[in-house]
Structures are given as C-alpha cells and as structure tokens.
Design a binder for this molecule. Structure first.
Ligand SMILES: C[S@@+](CC[C@H](N)C(=O)[O-])C[C@H]1O[C@@H](n2cnc3c(N)ncnc32)[C@H](O)[C@@H]1O
Length: 259
C-alpha cells in the first residue's frame, strides 16, 4: 500500500507515484501495437502523439502542440457528441482507449460504456485521474490545480457491477492509471443500470474518497519491463484470437492471485 509522506498529506496539490503515466501510455502503444486507438481528452496531444496506428482524439478544446501520427484524426467535440453522432468514424474495433476527458464520474462512466460497445475482445481501456492524492483534488467543483474530480468512483463502480472485468491499478504519477481488460461489447449491465449507479455514487455519503482509494489500495508499482512483456503477450493473443481465459492467465503475471 502506498506510503503517504506526512509532509505532503495535507498539501492539496500533492502528487504521488514514481513512474510518469505517459511512460505507460507510450509502452502500451509500442508493445500492444493497437490496430485502432481512441483517446477521450487530448489537450495538447501529449498522450495522443504516441499513437502510430489509425487513431481518433476527441476533445472540444484541443490545442495541439505535439506532432501527431499520420493516421491520427481529431474530433473537435465532447465525447457525448462524438458517441451520439460521429462514432461511425471508427471503422474497426478499438484495441486501446484512454479516458482522460471530463473529470466527473458520470462522464467517465458514459465514456467507458460507449467505448466498450466499440471495443475488440482483447482491448485495453486506460483511465487517468483514478487516484486523487488529496480529498480536495476529488471535489466535483474544481478547487485545485491538480484535479481528478470524482473519476475514482469508476473504479468502485466497476468493482461492484462488473466483476467479469480485470482491473489493474498502476501507481503512476501524478494520479494513477486504471487498466481495464476483458471487455465485452455485449454486456449492457452498466447501461441498463446507469441511473441507479450514478444516483448511488453521487449521493452525499460518497462525496469524499474513502481511505482505500486515497491509499491507492492494490496499486502495482509499474515494472515497465514486466508490463512490456505482458502487453506484447496480449498483442500476440489478439492476433491469434485467443480466449478471454488465456488473456486473464497472462494478466495474472501482473497481479498473482487475481486470475
Ligand atoms: C487532462 S486533459 C487531457 C490530457 C491528455 N490526455 C494528455 O495526457 O496529455 C483533459 C482534456 O479533456 C477535455 N475535455 C473536457 N471535457 C470533455 C468532454 N466532455 N469530452 C472530451 N474531452 C473533454 C479538455 O478540453 C482537456 O483538453
């Protein structure tokens, strides 16, 4: 479990994690080598730049400062608008997606629901801002420069409603990354229960992130060599159309006992 430096614990701008999240995003692109990449929340292209495959970045206010891949396209709109009327721009199953748009639980949940419908069976969905470092960072009304909002609730939601998925939490800097495996485009549990889920997690008793979220409970210190070999293994399984069971067996290398 993450040891929080007591001097930082009361700093609302504190950040944790040894490994920058962009190193994991870059590694996913090179080792997993997705056939199609979708990114929600692009800003200046800092993460989108690593995509070499056909890719779409969705952001209503992107201001790109990094060179992007030749097959990367931008959708200048919110993710809700994109999925409501423009998702036909995605012409093949999504193998890798990054949710880093609006930092509010219900937005991240909708992004996940919409992405899963378009995902390949071997897809990986990555969620940023899953670990607030200070309760103020998790406020729905932004009060800090480092702002995760209440995206942490997506982890709690998936653990409760989607035990069929495999979740891998990485202790990255600044706000952790959640990797979601075992996607099932046919599964409608989240969409069918959307109102109930949002109603429950937006209730006042969930305003403050619980201690296990703040402590990054279950987070793995990213071992980039190990992650790289697992991602390369997933890529091979994707190409051989292997089963979900084989996928989960491989993932057990990351979190022994979770298979
Ligand atoms: C944290 S930045 C993304 C950073 C980028 N992924 C990176 O790692 O370099 C969040 C971005 O989400 C965008 N955003 C906000 N609301 C959004 C929405 N509803 N749909 C899509 N993007 C949104 C913002 O315009 C902002 O550029």
């Amino acid at each position: 479990m993450q040891q929080i430096d007591p001097d930082l614990a009361d700093n609302p701008e504190s950040i944790h994690g040894q490994t920058p999240y962009l190193q994991v995003i870059e590694l996913l692109q090179t080792a997993l080598a997705p056939g199609f990449y979708l990114e929600i929340g692009v800003r200046n292209g800092g993460s989108l730049r690593f995509a070499k495959c056909p890719a779409i970045g969705v952001d209503p206010a992107a201001a790109i400062t990094f060179p992007l891949g030749a097959a990367t396209r931008l959708a200048n709109m919110t993710s809700d608008e994109f999925f409501a009327g423009h998702a036909d721009r995605i012409t093949q199953p999504v193998d890798l997606a990054f949710i880093d748009g609006m930092h509010l639980f219900e937005y991240a949940l909708r992004d996940f629901i919409n992405i899963e419908k378009l995902a390949s069976p071997h897809a990986v969905v990555v969620v940023d801002d899953i670990c607030p470092n200070h309760p103020l960072q998790a406020d729905r009304d932004r009060k800090t420069r480092v702002w995760t909002g209440d995206v942490w609730k997506l982890r709690a939601c998936l653990e409760k409603w989607r035990p069929d998925l495999r979740l891998v939490l990485l202790d990255t800097n600044p706000t952790g990354l959640l990797l979601i495996f075992g996607l099932d485009p046919e599964n409608t549990v989240l969409a069918d229960n959307y109102e109930a889920i949002v109603g429950e997690l937006l209730a006042p008793e969930h305003d403050r992130p619980p201690a296990w979220i703040m402590a990054r409970k279950g987070a793995l210190a990213p071992d980039l060599a190990m992650l790289g070999s697992v991602f390369r293994g997933l890529r091979a399984l994707r190409h051989s159309h292997s089963s979900r069971t084989e996928q989960f067996r491989l993932l057990a290398l990351l979190a022994p006992g979770e298979a």
